[in-house]
Design a protein around this ligand. Sequence first.
Ligand code: C2E
Ligand code: CA
Ligand code: CA
Length: 322
Amino acid sequence: MHDVQGEVIVTASAGISWYPTDGNQGTDLVQKAETAMGRAKESGIQRVEFFTSDMQASSLESLRLHKDLLDALEQEQFTLFFQPQIDLATDGIAGAEALVRWHHPDGKIVGPQDFIPILEDMGRIQELGEFVLNQGCDALQRINEAGLDLPRMAINLAAPQLEDPDLGSKLAKTMQASGIPPEQLELEVTESLLISRFELVQNQMSELLGMGISVALDDFGTGYSSLQYLTRYPFSKLKIDKSFVWNMAKGDKDYEVVKAIISLGHSLQIKVLAEGVEDKRHEQTLRTLGCELVQGYLYSPPIDFKAFVEYLRKYSHPGQED
Ligand code: C2E
Ligand code: CA
Ligand code: CA
């Protein structure tokens, strides 16, 4: 006989439905008890929940949303909006960030916070990511062909994309098809991505950088902010999260954080971009602190391709680089 070591902790959650209030049939009652159990598990361990009609409504809603999202992937109902990034030294356009939107068949434009986490849970975020990369490169190709000047397009990467060993070859293929130079492409990654699979990500990053694609660190300061990443990976840019920018009134701790990030970036020769710049005061403070790049509603919210092309026609001056 083997020695059995360790301890196994078993917990239970329960869902309860009532006869006849919740139904007359056994199958119906069990199904509703299961819905209540699902809610009990969501709210923590060792909980008991009684079925209520709003639970059914929300579980039906979530089922519908899952189905709608599968249709959206299949029918390519996603689209990209673009938000300009401004160089404070010249006031010119240094680049743009591509931000995904869901063009829902009922006419609504749905923001990424309402569907990206669900696609992640469904294990389908990679498909959206590839669509976004292709669309982003396609948009860039059209901008180049129109003779407009956009030094760089930034595209957000989801975790499974950075873990995909074929990312480099997929990008090479996309760029070859669209004929855009790799220097025009920047990928935005977040810190949480970097800690999850350190070695794999390190190899992946080397491949991208070797191809001439730059990588920006997004939402810096909101996660682990490990300084090790900054020395190990040659990031092209550090992006300061909008929450710091909004609370930057002088004297506030967030002001000190912004100041420290900018000075850290400068010491490591990494450009710093502050996002969420909504008013002139934000801009002035960032200018004083020596921040090079800004992005926010003060300049433009994310806009659709047509509006973005208009924006470039109006404000871009060929020959200006970041
Ligand atoms: P993020 O990468 O930090 O993107 C910046 C978000 O801040 C965008 O929200 C943008 O619209 C918003 N923003 C920019 N300037 C301002 C401002 O001055 N004021 C305010 N109130 N908001 C501002 P959005 O487009 O809703 O995107 C939210 C998040 O969704 C992004 O945060 C990013 O994490 C994710 N996301 C967006 N597109 C993609 C994508 O194509 N792929 C992946 N994986 N994630 C994406
Ligand atoms: Ca971003
Ligand atoms: Ca951000």
